[in-house]
Each structure stands twice: as C-alpha cells, then as structure tokens.
Design a protein around this ligand. Structure first.
Ligand code: NI
Length: 139
C-alpha cells in the first residue's frame, strides 16, 4: 500500500467497545482493516447510487421452474438486457427449484432495472442483487 496516512478518531467508549466486539467476531485482526472495509463499502454504495456509474455485481434468483411461463419470461428478460449480462450459472436444486446466478455489468441504472425486472417476475421465490466494485479506485 502506497502513501499510508494515519489519523485519529474520537468516539464514545461504549460505541468503540461494541465495534471491537463486532470486528473481532468477524475475524478482523485490527481496527484499521475493518475501518478500511467500511470506507470501501461506502464508496461502492455511492457508485451504485449514481445511475450512470459503471459497476459489476451478481443477481441471484431462486424459482420453481414448474411455474407457468416463468422460465420463458426470465429468458426473455435476460435476452432483452443481454449487454448487461456477462455470464449465468444455472443449478437444478431439486425436482422443482432452480438457482440462477447472473454476473452483471453496466451502468448502475441499467443493472438495477434488470435486477428489479427479474426479481419482480411472478414466481421468483427469492432474488437478490449483490452490488460490488470493479476494484478500480479502491485501494
Ligand atoms: Ni433448473
């Protein structure tokens, strides 16, 4: 890491103690890395909040493929937004359920619209958009 800057943070002792418990339970060995991760997360979230920012993420869907027309609708919607989909993984969980994971890339606005359309399709039992970063601009 180049150009490290040290800075002090003043905070309520009880708040810091709770933070220490939290980061210890998550396996952080020190506060610095935990605080760096919080800052990175805030920066990634800020990018996602701006519609024209280039971002990457994943959309996870769980559905029953016996639901009428559901498979066709999901495929149709994915083809409509094919430019935002890098790759898809389909797992047949049991006789009924499918798990699908899409790696998505594009402007935040378009990716969010695609995720909303897929997750909102009738018959999708659970869906989640996980927002992450291309890694650029994050030290
Ligand atoms: Ni399947």
């Amino acid at each position: 890491m180049a150009d490290l800057t040290r800075f002090g943070i003043s905070m309520d002792e009880r708040l810091l103690s709770r933070f220490d418990e939290l980061i210890s339970s998550k396996g952080y060995v020190n506060r610095s890395e935990a605080i760096r991760d919080l800052i990175r997360n805030a920066l990634v979230e800020d990018r996602w909040a701006r519609d024209d920012e280039e971002i990457v993420g994943t959309v996870t869907l769980v559905y029953d493929h016996h639901t009428r027309d559901l498979g066709d609708k999901l495929i149709e919607r994915q083809h409509t937004h094919h430019q935002a989909i890098v790759s898809t993984l389909h797992v047949h969980l049991d006789a009924h359920h499918c798990l699908e994971v899409l790696v998505v890339k594009g402007t935040a606005g378009k990716v969010r619209q695609l995720a909303d359309e897929l997750i909102g399709t009738r018959g999708v039992k659970h869906g989640k958009l996980v927002t992450t970063s291309t890694g650029q601009d994050l030290a």
